[in-house]
Design a protein around this ligand. Structure first.
Ligand code: COA
Length: 283
């Protein structure tokens, strides 16, 4: 059967705005939010929308029901794709990669993965692409691919190589054993694990801290970290100086306000928190 990559199903991922936060919820609870081409199409649409919408200062990605996401849809991505022309396979993989990694990793606004339950296989990638990940202590993480004869999906091993200690990453990739949110935090795969009943409250509190900051400054800071990881020291230094100069150009007022409140007004100390920002046009 031909696969339709033109129609977007608005319900498959929900988008809600609340006081500066865009809550993006994978909404296939009956399939444990397994990732399929329809989710890719809707996510790409949502990323475009949210990026341009002033109601969003921070984006949270989470899942409806008991799963964050049960990874790639084994039927739609593997079995059904077997009979599709190679070019369709390539396109479907590209859509996937496009939202889960390229767009999400360098998203214009801060992103938080709120890992509310199962996070399996291919779901590691969008989780890892988010800037911050907060998990329920009892959320379950599994690199299950070895259990059914495939390699970890997409670029998951690359993401694991960046985020987890090698021994732990190899162990979980090779055994397919599950670990919980607490262990994920201990290994550095997620930022923090909190009791399930506190999960949304904690994510909201982190989003509120990020919303206080200058948006261009936060975007520059995250890119500064994410982009230099693969650069040598000289190139990295040059990139960071260029970024610093770019920031001066696009958000110079942020630091002028900070300098003034610290050096002249003595109303704020950078080591103790955020200066008082004056609202900007469009903010
Ligand atoms: N791909 C396709 N379908 C999936 C899926 C996936 N990754 N994960 C869950 N589903 C489907 C199940 O087939 C089932 O469909 P059905 O109602 O038509 O039978 C439905 O979602 C509910 O799943 P079920 O297994 O009954 O839920 P559970 O709560 O008992 O178990 C999991 C949850 C996540 C442990 C289990 O569904 C599972 O192991 N899924 C596969 C995860 C995986 O290995 N993903 C890696 C892909 S790279």
């Amino acid at each position: 059967m031909a696969i339709d990559l033109t129609k977007v199903d608005k319900n498959i991922v929900r988008l809600e705005y609340d006081k500066g936060v865009a809550w993006v919820t994978l909404n296939r609870p009956e399939k444990r939010n397994a990732l399929n081409p329809a989710i890719s199409l809707r996510m790409l649409e949502i990323l475009d929308e949210v990026e341009a919408d002033d109601r969003c200062g921070v984006m949270v990605l989470t899942g409806e029901g008991t799963a964050f996401s049960a990874g790639m849809d084994i039927k739609e991505y593997f079995r059904d794709m077997k009979d599709q022309p190679r070019i369709v396979n390539i396109k479907v993989r590209r859509l996937n990669w496009e939202w889960q990694w390229r767009r999400l990793r360098y998203f214009q606004k801060p992103t938080i993965a709120m890992v509310n339950g199962w996070c399996i296989g291919g779901a590691f990638l969008p989780m890892a692409s988010c800037d911050i990940a907060i998990a329920a202590e009892d959320a379950q993480f599994t690199l299950s691919e070895v259990n059914f004869g495939i390699l970890p999906a997409g670029n998951v091993p690359r993401a694991m190589a960046e985020m987890m200690p090698s021994r732990a990453a190899l162990y979980y990739i090779m055994t397919g054993e599950s670990f919980d949110g607490r262990k994920a935090a201990e290994l550095g795969l997620v930022t923090e694990a909190v009791p399930r009943e506190k999960l949304r409250e904690r994510v909201r509190a982190i989003a509120d801290v990020l919303l206080e900051k200058g948006p261009e400054v936060v975007k520059g800071a995250k890119d500064a970290f994410k982009r230099v990881q693969d650069l040598d020291w000289d190139t990295s230094e040059d990139y960071l100086i260029s970024k610093q100069e770019q920031l001066w150009f696009i958000a110079g007022d942020e630091r002028e306000q900070g300098f003034k409140q610290f050096l002249d007004d003595k109303t704020f100390k950078p080591g103790l928190g955020m200066y008082k920002r004056s609202p900007k046009k469009g903010a």
